[in-house]
Ligand binder design. Structure first.
Ligand SMILES: NC(=O)c1ccc[n+]([C@@H]2O[C@H](COP(=O)([O-])OP(=O)(O)OC[C@H]3O[C@@H](n4cnc5c(N)ncnc54)[C@H](OP(=O)(O)O)[C@@H]3O)[C@@H](O)[C@H]2O)c1
Length: 223
């Protein structure tokens, strides 16, 4: 059976970039939004852009979460906890959640080059607390920017995948591998997401100082 990937907040820059890359690679994508009509419009635009038999539909976040096998969180940190509380009774057991959220201070009016302190240690560990038993989590893609995803070229980035669940780590790594030029790296335990999330603030500063939009990360010395 084909897996269905819900992208919650998929009308935004990061979510629609991921939706574009995955649908182009033949994955079945459900765009989620607070507004089903907005999601349907984004899905239509992406279908037109990809053409052919692109499988992308739009719906509200709860419908997408209920219908998917894998859900990708691409809403701002400021809205993530409320959305996860709303979805708590919606998830099917066995769903895998991939969290891309970075707790940037900019989401509450601060600087984009700083992260907020999160009591649990990271946005991903906060997400973990808000998922019901039976739903597993990987943190990934926090350092892969929307500007890189938006085009058709290779993104030329490494993507650290952090999780305490082997299946979630494997599925997230496989989906990273479907993005042209992205290499998934085993980032270890979910708690390492706190390091990965903070790197995004650093990348945003590099983008500003070097006047570019797509600073990314590559690790050397690995097989
Ligand atoms: N942008 C990047 O380059 C990048 C890179 C790596 C990771 N990320 C992470 O990806 C996430 C999304 O980033 P983005 O730049 O795409 O953000 P964004 O465009 O500001 O937001 C994405 C979508 O989230 C929904 N949303 C906004 N506020 C919300 C709220 N309070 N509650 C629920 N949904 C809300 C909106 O969709 P609707 O209005 O349709 O519901 C919006 O289109 C963030 O957590 C960010 O840290 C982004």
């Amino acid at each position: 059976m084909t897996r269905r990937i819900a992208i919650l907040g998929g009308t935004g820059a990061e979510g629609s970039g991921l939706a574009y890359r995955w649908a182009k690679a033949g994955e079945q994508v459900l765009i989620g939004s607070r507004d089903g009509a907005r999601a349907a419009e984004t899905a239509k635009q992406l279908r037109e852009r990809i053409g052919g038999a692109a499988q992308i539909e739009g719906m509200d976040n709860a419908s997408a979460a209920a219908a998917c096998d894998v859900a990708v969180m691409t809403v701002p940190f400021s809205g993530a906890a409320a959305l996860l509380k709303q979805l708590k009774s919606v998830w099917k057991p066995g769903t895998i959640v991939i969290d891309t959220t970075v707790p940037l201070a900019a989401t509450v009016g601060g600087a984009a080059t700083r992260t907020l302190g999160v009591w649990q240690g990271s946005a991903a560990e906060q997400t973990k607390e808000l998922l019901p038993p039976g739903v597993s989590l990987a943190a990934a893609l926090q350092n892969l920017g929307a500007a890189s995803l938006a085009g058709d070229g290779p993104v030329e980035c490494d993507v650290l995948v952090c999780s305490d669940d082997e299946k979630a780590k494997q599925v997230a790594s496989e989906l990273v591998g479907k993005i042209l030029g992205a290499r998934a790296l085993n980032g270890g335990k979910l708690e390492n997401a706190r390091i990965v999330e903070s790197l995004t603030a650093l990348l945003i500063g590099l983008n500003m100082r070097y006047k570019v939009h797509g600073a990314g990360i590559r690790f050397t010395g690995l097989p």
